[in-house]
Ligand binder design. Structure first.
Ligand code: 6MZ
Length: 343
């Protein structure tokens, strides 16, 4: 395993960063999760589940079940969205593209519309208190869960279109990679793209999904997440397509240890070495116990990156983002990246 030096950790913390792959509930502040778990009366076994850090894919989804049990109601969603932005700012993240699956919490009277409103209200709460010169800019991506039928996926696309002017920039496909079929979401995803939304797909998270990944590459999403399992044929088409990849080192090493036993063996080296666009991301910093600056420090140590290499990856990540490149926010973020170290 890799242990970055103090100098590498310090450099990674000081550099302004871009986060493109973070799930809201997986990024919940750990002290808040503890508080909510206690209030929800979660028992010792459940609390144990959220305390560990070694995760197989199925263990990871057990953690999400516990988190979703603890996080209830619009006020709580609003609070965790604000806290995720505060924590990102403290970690030196200049732009965060957060994603979440709109879920109804019927016992609290919260529907999917209220859920999205609550997340965006949390963004607003953060913006009202953030210091202008340190502010973390944010946009929202709505996730389709792989367990969702086509009607739910269509409703998620409708929601994304409804809130497009208020910060929703795209659609993600995520959730248990052993569930669902690509054909189910192809229609809604096609409509989302035709309506101008950007698309990112979780892909290649488990073995034996080459045919699904082939179809996903043929669909030409704007980005992929993970791609831990990739046949050589799919790899060639991916490289030919130029579709950028969101890479989450610690998440992948923990959940895909059969193909990625160490950080050094991570496919970051393969794609980055070839000049294929990649972004360093956390996935679920609460679940995997690693911040973005920690992921960057690990990348510096594992792949012998220089400060300039990391700056170049970050700048490229901004260009991979779903933010409108002609917007005022994009220009401000670019200026912050070009100004260099901040913390
Ligand atoms: C696939 C993941 C994931 O939507 O409640 N999620 N899906 N692979 C992963 N990592 C290897 N990490 C998170 O955030 C939690 C939800 O995001 C998806 C899962 O559907 C999880 O339930 P939200 O904010």
């Amino acid at each position: 395993m890799v242990t970055p030096t103090a100098a590498q950790v310090s450099l990674a913390r000081r550099l302004p960063k871009i986060e493109l792959h973070a799930h809201l509930n997986g990024s919940i502040r750990r002290s808040t999760l503890k508080e909510l778990a206690l209030a929800a009366g979660l028992n010792a076994r459940e609390s144990q589940i959220i305390r560990g850090d070694a995760r197989t894919v199925s263990e990871m989804f057990a953690v999400f079940d516990v988190i979703h049990h603890a996080v209830r109601g619009g006020k709580t969603i609003r609070r965790i969205a604000r806290e995720v932005l505060e924590d990102a700012e403290a970690d030196g993240v200049v732009y965060l593209e957060l994603r979440t699956t709109p879920r109804a919490h019927t016992e609290c009277g919260l529907d999917q519309v209220g859920y999205v409103e609550s997340v965006l209200q949390g963004f607003k709460d953060y913006e009202e208190t953030a210091q202008r010169d340190r502010r973390c800019f944010a946009r929202l991506i709505l996730s389709i869960d792989r367990r969702d039928p086509a009607e739910v996926a269509e409703a998620t696309v409708d929601l994304a279109l409804r809130y497009r002017d208020r910060g929703v920039v795209g659609i993600d496909l995520s959730g248990d990679p052993t569930k669902g079929r690509w054909e189910t979401w192809l229609g809604p995803l096609t409509r989302a793209r035709e309506s101008g939304l950007k698309i990112t797909l979780h892909a290649g998270e488990v073995p034996d999904v080459d045919e699904e990944t082939r179809r996903m590459i043929a669909f030409k999403p704007d980005r992929f997440g993970h791609l831990c399992f990739l046949s050589s044929e799919n790899q060639s088409s991916l490289w030919a397509s130029g579709i950028p990849i969101e890479l989450c080192l610690t998440s992948n090493v923990l959940t895909c240890s059969s193909t990625i036993p160490t950080y050094a063996a991570h496919h970051f080296a393969l794609h980055h070495g070839r000049g294929h666009p990649v972004a360093l991301c956390t996935d679920d910093c609460a679940v995997f116990g690693s911040s973005l600056s920690n992921e960057c420090a690990i990348a510096i140590a594992a792949f012998s990156l220089s400060a300039d290499d990391l700056r170049a990856i970050t700048r490229r990540s901004l260009h991979m983002s779903f933010l409108d490149p002609s917007s005022h926010d994009f220009a401000q973020i670019l200026t912050r990246l070009e100004a260099g170290e901040e913390m």
